[in-house]
Structures are given as C-alpha cells and as structure tokens.
Design a binder for this molecule. Structure first.
Ligand code: G6Q
Length: 540
C-alpha cells in the first residue's frame, strides 16, 4: 500500500488556492433552500446537513480528490481485511492489525476478517452464556440473591466509551440492573462509587487490555479489600476483561473472564468485550447486538468512496478543510441530547489519542497540521455558557451538532405551541445558522462576524442501534483523517509516557518509606517536586 505525505498530494495545492476565498456564508441568499438540500446526506439513520460549512462544489471536488489520492478508503478496507496498519516504518513501533470492525462483522456470512470475527463470536457466545446464567439464577451471590449492579473498573479506553454508551442508553436498562464506573485512582472517586453500594449484590468488572494499568490494579485491590472487609468472597464478585496472555489473564481470580485481542485498540474497543460485559449486563444481550449491528451498518457505509455518500468520510474531509486549509485548531462536538453527555469525552480520547501525532508513517516530523483539539458538552446548557466564544471569540471553532427528532422517553409537553423536543432541535438549528450567517450591527459589541462553520447530524431517536452507528461513524472519521495525514492513528506513546513517569515518582515515595537507597536513575527535578509538595522529606 502506498503511503504519501499530505504535503505531496496534488489536491492539497488546489485546495490551498481555493482556501484563499472560501465560500462566504454571510452573503445575502448564500444559504438558500437549494444549498440546504444539495449539501445534505442521509445514511444509516442519520442526516448530515453541511450547508453551513465554508465549502462549495469546487472545494468538495478537491476534498474528493484528496481522499482518493491519499487512498483513505482503500486503506480502511485493507485494515478491515487485516493489513498491519498500526506501524511506523524505519523506527521501533507497534506492529499490529486494526480489527475493531471485525467484532461487529460477526453476523454476516462473509466477514471481512474471518479469524478475528470468529474469535469475537466465541467471546460473545461465552458472554451470552454468562448472562443467561445470571438470568436463570445459576450465578448468584453468597445468599443466593441476584446481582443488581455492575461496577466497571478501568480507565481510558477501558472506561470512556463503555461509560458514554451506558449513559446514552440508560433508558433501555433492564429493570433491577444498573452500572457504575470507577476509573480514576483518586480515592475520593472510589469512595463515592462505593458509598451507597450494596456490595453483596454487586459484580465488579475489571477491564484492562494490558492487565498492568496502575489505576485499575489499585482499584481492583481496593474493591477486593472492601468485599473481604464485608465478609464477602471476592472470587464470587469479580469478572474480568483483558488481553489474552496479559498478567490479569488468570481465570482463577475471577468468576468469569473474557478476552480482547491485541488488534483492538483501547479507544476502539467499546464494541469488544470491553463494552460488551457491562452493556450486556445492564441492557441485555439483544440490545448489545443491536449496538453491534448499528456499528456494522455504518462500517459498511464507510466503504463508499464518494464523499457525498459516506458520512464518516465527508466529515473527515470537511474536518481537514477546516483544519489544514482554514486554519482551525479545534473542533467542538455539541450534542443536543442529555443522553450523549459523555460522548464528547469519549470522542476527545478517540480523536486526540489517535491523531495527536507529529511524526509521519515513515518516522519523519510532519510539516502539516494533524489532529485538532476536540472538546464538547451537551448543547443547550452550553448555550448559556461557552457559546459566547463560539459566536464572538477570536478563535473560530467549527462545530459538529448532534440531535434527534424524537426524545428517548417520548414524554413531552406542549408549552406555547411547541414540545420540548421541538424547542431543543430548534435551538440547535438556530445556533448552526447564527454561527454561519452572523449578524451585522453598527455596535461592534453586538456584531456577529459569522462564517463559523458547523454541521448537523440528525437522527430519528437515540437507540442501541443508532448509538452503534454514531460510534462507528466517529471511529471511521478519525481513521480516515489519520490516513489522509499519513500518521499512525493507532499507537499512543504519549499515554505510555504518562504511565511510566508516574511509576518513577511512586518508586521514589516507596523507596523513602522502605528507607531503601534511591535508585541510580533518580531524577533531581522529580525529587524536588515531590519534596516541594510534601511527599518526600527534604534530604539532610
Ligand atoms: C487507548 C489507550 C489507553 C488505554 C488505557 C487503559 O487506546 O491505549 O487509553 O485504554 O491506558 O489501558 P488498559 O486497558 O491496558 O488498562
């Protein structure tokens, strides 16, 4: 497969020329009915409305050429079929396949990657058996009672996605079942999660691909101690999800253990066992399969080469237009849906950990901008807070709005002629228009410059299936961008650095406690900081 640097692509030169005079959304009549209709794409239950981007047909053609020249769809297809795309040439790097799509490609007759899909199917069947045993009362607590709560212990990719989806789909939770999440090593987090928990009816789901993450192992031990302290047998209350062969891969320590595999990156692991166990426990097996099917449908739609027919590809290329040609450093994802409250946090990790890179696939420093800063919050509350900067700040922030025509619960009231759901969606549409068009005012403090790009993703209703599609949409968007920028979106050296640094400081604290001599590689700055903060006694 040919990998070419972004700056070498002919379409980049053409797009740079077009970016000298991008489409002006503030001109009278610029946003007419025809443009709204033409710049709209429907797929997998979502409409993507992008008339409020600073693009015209010439720019869209240029972005299509860019996607074609960079071969982003070909690379996506190759990844699905098992090519080793997680690697950097010429330097030591990860050297893996990227097969998260295979875990939802399992109900088709001809999955893209037979072996990975077969393994995923096997894990899912084991989970189904475990969930059935819980339902049939074959797996119960010490008193023969059913388990009602699952606490997922994990961090980063082993937390954010499953947590975001659980909150998004709480409406579909089975009666008498719920979940909590414990990620941070902050003891107050653990204390808050455990505070009013009935330990006797709780299953703890310890999730760590590596089986070595300090926060997770610490919280696991804390929970084991709490269970033992309450006279309960930790062996009856803990299940695990880990990489095959990891230090945590010891079925003797757990009531049940499930596997994920090295070709599934943490941040792309929601649809693997990393998300399956807690989501299956709370929503039920069938709802989890709906999530997989929604994701699979979007994975298939992402194979389409035409950017005007492929939402993830279109959003990837619009993001590149804003980032590399219009110079925007950041993107806001603003859901007009309370249920999606933690979805931006998941995307923040997935995007920034994937595309926050400055070395190309050939190990050279990049000379072009890569992943933007991604952030977001549910929209209506944001309107009363940070939207001020979006409208009038000196930084232009492209916005991706996400909304639904119908609410999840369907409980609504007509006040002053409209329902709350109508008010919610109207607010979202008003914002995207206002950001794009601006508003002239003689008073400079009340003037809105406009030309702030936005787009709207509108679905019918947030269900397990649409959630799966939305998740896969963003995963593929991120991967397409990484292929276009010619970076490796699948490693995370920055995260590894953090893990190692913390261990060095903790070793220094531990050495003091045991009065062992400081290690030879002890670092004066680390010691000085620990001393200044009162965690080490001053020497001498
Ligand atoms: C995700 C990252 C990172 C990882 C966590 C937890 O892609 O690699 O966020 O998920 O550091 O790692 P473990 O699952 O190995 O505990």
């Amino acid at each position: 497969m040919e990998y070419r640097d972004f700056s070498e692509l002919a379409a980049v030169t053409r797009l740079r020329q077009l970016a000298r005079a991008p489409f002006d959304l503030t001109l009278p009549g610029a946003l007419d009915a025809r443009r709204v209709e033409d710049y709209r794409l429907s797929s997998c239950g979502f409409d993507c409305l992008y008339a409020t981007q600073r693009v015209d047909d010439a720019v869209l053609d240029g972005l299509q050429d860019l996607a074609d020249e960079a071969g982003v769809v070909d690379k996506f297809l190759a990844a699905k079929e098992g090519a080793v795309v997680n690697r950097i040439e010429g330097v030591e790097s990860e050297n893996r396949q990227v097969l998260h799509t295979a875990v939802r490609d399992i109900f088709t007759d001809s999955p893209c990657h037979g072996e990975a899909s077969a393994r995923a199917r096997q894990q899912l069947d084991r989970l189904r058996g475990f969930l059935d045993d819980l339902d049939r009362g074959l797996v119960v607590n010490e008193k023969g009672e059913a388990f009602t709560t699952m606490v997922q212990i994990g961090i980063g990719g082993s937390d954010l996605g499953p947590r975001a989806l659980y909150l998004a789909l709480k409406k579909y939770e089975r009666q008498g079942r719920s979940a909590r999440f414990l990620a941070n090593v902050d003891p107050d987090d653990a204390a808050a999660v455990l505070a009013d928990l009935d330990l006797s009816r709780t299953l703890f789901n310890v999730v760590s691909k590596s089986g070595t993450t300090l926060e997770t192992l610490t919280n696991e031990q804390l929970v084991r101690d709490a269970l033992a302290g309450a006279g309960l047998d930790p062996g009856r209350h803990l299940v695990s999800v880990t990489g095959a062969g990891s230090p945590m891969d010891n079925p003797d320590n757990y009531l049940a253990s499930f596997h994920m595999f090295d070709y599934i990156g943490g941040r792309y692991s929601v649809t693997s066992m990393v998300g399956a166990v807690t989501l299956g426990f709370t929503l039920g097996y069938d709802a989890f399969v709906d999530i997989l099917n929604g994701a699979h449908e979007m994975d298939r739609a992402a194979e389409q080469r035409n950017i005007r027919r492929n939402i993830p590809l279109l959003m990837a290329m619009l993001g590149i237009w804003n980032r590399n040609f219009l110079g925007c450093d950041t993107v806001a994802v603003l859901p007009y849906s309370r249920a999606l409250a933690r979805f931006p946090a998941h995307l923040q990790q997935c995007d920034m950990e994937s595309n926050g890179k400055s070395v190309s696939r050939s190990g050279q420093p990049v000379t072009w901008a890569t992943g933007p800063v991604v952030w977001g919050e549910p929209g209506t509350n944001g309107q009363h807070a940070f939207y001020q900067l979006l409208h009038q700040g000196t930084t232009v922030v492209p916005v991706e709005f996400i909304g639904f025509r119908q609410s999840q619960f369907g409980r609504d009231a007509v006040v002053q002629g409209t329902t709350s759901q109508e008010k919610l969606v109207a607010n979202m549409l008003a914002q995207v228009l206002a950001l794009a068009r601006g508003r002239r005012d003689g008073n400079p403090n009340r003037n809105f410059a406009g030309n702030r790009p936005g787009l709207v993703l509108l679905g019918e209703r947030l269900t397990p299936r649409t959630m799966g599609a939305l998740l896969a949409l963003y995963e593929s968007k991120i991967i397409f961008q990484g292929f276009c920028w010619n970076i490796n979106s699948f490693d995370q050296e920055g995260v590894q650095l953090g893990k190692n640094l913390a261990i060095r400081l903790l070793n220094a604290i531990e050495a003091q406690g045991s009065r062992a001599p400081a290690g030879q590689d002890s670092d004066p700055a680390e010691h000085a900081l620990l001393e200044a903060c009162g965690f080490l006694k001053k020497a001498g």
